[in-house]
Design a protein around this ligand. Structure first.
Ligand code: HEC
Length: 94
């Protein structure tokens, strides 16, 4: 596989999966072939704030479930649009 084929395969996979605003790149691997790298930002969406929103505003049943299963949870206080991190995938290509 050439570098351009690796890149095209990555772009195709991203568009088939319906992923937007992605970074796709291919770099040669030491043992031959390429490494496909995919990355995209992870933003908080409206549906995320059900559990990650303002702690005081969480529904009592959600708060109770999270407190029972994740007593150390500190992942609250976010609003839709906040940048939470990135999703990054690396895949060996032939
Ligand atoms: C049904 C509740 C729920 C929803 C909805 C939810 N999460 Fe989470 N999320 C959790 C729980 C519980 C954890 C684990 C917290 C812990 O380990 O203390 C977690 C962990 C995380 C983590 C890793 C821990 C951290 O704070 O860095 C991230 C990042 C994250 N969620 C992002 C999201 C994003 C983005 C969405 C929306 C697309 C989302 N979550 C929707 C409950 C939820």
């Amino acid at each position: 596989m050439s570098r351009i084929s690796c890149f095209v395969a990555g772009m195709l996979a991203v568009s088939i999966a319906g992923l937007a605003a992605a970074q796709v790149d291919c770099s040669p691997r030491a043992g031959g072939g390429y490494e496909l790298q995919y990355a995209r930002p992870l933003f908080v969406m409206e549906r995320c704030v059900t559990c990650h929103g303002d702690a005081a505003a969480l529904a009592p049943e959600v708060k109770a479930l999270i407190a029972g299963r994740y007593p150390q949870d500190a992942a609250v206080g976010y609003r839709a649009g906040d940048l939470r991190g990135a999703i990054s995938v690396r895949l060996a290509m032939p």
